[in-house]
Design a protein around this ligand. Sequence first.
Ligand code: C5P
Length: 232
Amino acid sequence: MGRDVIIACDFDSAEKTFAFLDKFTGRKPFVKIGMELYYAEGPSIVKEIKKRGHKIFLDLKLHDIPNTVKKSMAVLSRLDVDMTNLHAGGTIRMMEAAIEGLTREDGSRPMLIAVTQLTSTDQSAMENDLLIKAPIDEVVMHYAHNAKVAGLDGVVCSPLEAGKVHERCGKDFVTVTPGVRFTDGDVGDQKRVMTPAQAKEIGSDYIVVGRPITAAEDPVAAYERCVKEFCD
Ligand code: C5P
């Protein structure tokens, strides 16, 4: 499995998304469709982007009772996405049910990765709001391990955690890392950032890059720069 750059298409309409994707006349980037775009446009946006030849990471972060997650994953699998995700906090049983739902009759399925603790959750929110008293690093690694036990392919994590996840869960357990910025770029609201080259160095398998590409003056050049730094 090769490293790849995934562009976060955080747009609120199909129109804006296609205006953006139309700029890519050469190589078709791997794209992430998140809740904003999916809730705005529904499954048709997934089918349209797929038809244009892009790989798709459908980032809907499922978290519900195992039976509901299983049935919902079966529906997402029919959309022929390449990667999707859920919250590891839904328990190992929920993650196993997700795999069952996602697996097609011929045995194939999209990659399934888990969100451990959201990067917006800090130690104090975890202790006070969720009543989880363990250190956050330990919780993240424990959830990653649960995902592995359930048969998932990897986790979404900060690039700073990618090395540790590989140590705990093996080098084939995939790490998908947002929070990527160019050295000369705007950090925006991301707190812990890394350049594509650093993410490569630390062992991320996929980087998810949004605004450094979508808000760039020349998005194609920004994408190519990411690919060059991260994949070559
Ligand atoms: O624009 P930017 O590069 O910050 O976009 C990063 C993308 O990754 C966004 O779609 C964001 O929702 C997502 N993400 C993140 N941090 C996480 C999980 C997902 O930034 N912990």
